[in-house]
Design a protein around this ligand. Structure first.
Ligand code: SF4
Length: 318
């Protein structure tokens, strides 16, 4: 059965003015949709705009241009009431579990921030809900009166997840939720997110640079390069048959545990640094590093087109 789109983002732009006549085009004309109950992974090197994209979608940044639909209706966060309504449906889990929790607040008050803002529960019901959320994320009620510094990184991220779940959202942007954690803890947090999704029917945008983890959790994956979306497809299609030269290079760099296979594989080495997103040159953003670049590539930005069913690519070669 075809799932409905929970979120649709159309031609989203987020620019920052960073000096005289200098514009940082962090997100430049990105379109995507996320179906209800699925996980869309978003990958790319650091500075590619994936975090800004996630922050703009949840309303932490005002978009420069573009439109967003949530459950088929146009989202506006211009008034305080509209913002409040939207932040109840849409939440974010942050990258750094050390910096994202207020060290002076107890775990109970951190988790209940959204409950209090939206006047959802008071008194004993509020406390019961906090205990329920702690249990959902694998912590216990004794943790409620403690402070963030008393917890490990993995436990703090669980507190961050409980805080996001407190307002009963439908959609969560997970912004590199495991990259600050020990490798041994990362799988536990990802498995918790998968379990919660199955139990609560949540929809995720999962931002990460660990491509193996993204494959594990995502139904579909989008690849960003310098503010633009260059490829978007189902996980299977993208990892089995990447079409964009940048995606091919990214995926060829994933380490393979078998040393024999690792030795014999054909890694694509990307030459040069990621160019600056400030006043980017016209044409394809990847042109300076692409071994297939032709004159047209530095003049015209390739269109983001559906090349095969549900497989979108922006490249003049295709
Ligand atoms: Fe390479 Fe040109 Fe395709 Fe860009 S449009 S990825 S430069 S071939």
């Amino acid at each position: 059965m075809e799932q409905n789109n929970l979120i649709e983002v159309k031609n989203l732009k987020k620019y920052f003015h960073v000096g005289h006549n200098a514009v940082l085009k962090a997100v430049d004309d990105v379109s995507l949709f996320i179906r209800e109950g699925e996980t869309l992974g978003l990958v790319g090197e650091s500075g590619c705009g994936k975090t800004t994209c996630g922050r703009t979608i949840v309303g932490l940044y005002e978009p420069t241009e573009g439109e967003m639909l949530f459950e088929g209706k146009k989202v506006s966060t211009k008034t305080r009431a509209q913002k409040l309504d939207f932040t109840k449906k849409v939440q974010m889990i942050f990258q750094d579990p050390y910096a994202s929790l207020n060290p002076r607040m107890t775990v109970a008050d951190i988790i209940a921030e959204g409950i209090d803002i939206h006047h959802m529960y008071t008194g004993q019901e509020r406390m019961d809900r906090i205990h329920e959320l702690l249990s959902l994320v694998g912590l216990n009620r004794e943790h409620a009166s403690r402070f963030p510094h008393e917890f490990s990184g993995g436990q703090r991220q669980r507190i961050g997840i409980a805080r996001a779940l407190a307002v009963e959202p439908k959609f969560i942007v997970c912004d590199e939720p495991i990259s600050a954690l020990d490798v041994s803890i990362q799988a536990q947090v990802v498995n918790l997110l998968i379990k919660l999704q199955q139990e609560m029917g949540l929809t995720y945008l999962f931002i990460a640079h660990d491509l193996s983890m993204v494959k594990h959790i995502s139904d579909r994956v989008g690849v960003m390069y310098l503010g633009t979306m260059v490829e978007l497809a189902s996980s299977e299609a993208l990892y089995a048959k990447p079409l964009h030269p940048y995606t091919q290079a990214l995926l060829s760099a994933i380490p393979i545990p078998d040393p024999k296979v690792e030795k014999s594989r054909n890694r694509i080495k990307l030459e040069g640094e990621v160019p600056s997103p400030i006043n980017p040159a016209p044409g394809c953003r990847f042109a300076q590093r692409c071994k297939y670049a032709k004159p047209e590539c530095s003049q015209t930005m390739p269109k983001f087109k559906e090349i095969e069913k549900d497989h979108f690519v922006a490249c003049h070669l295709l």
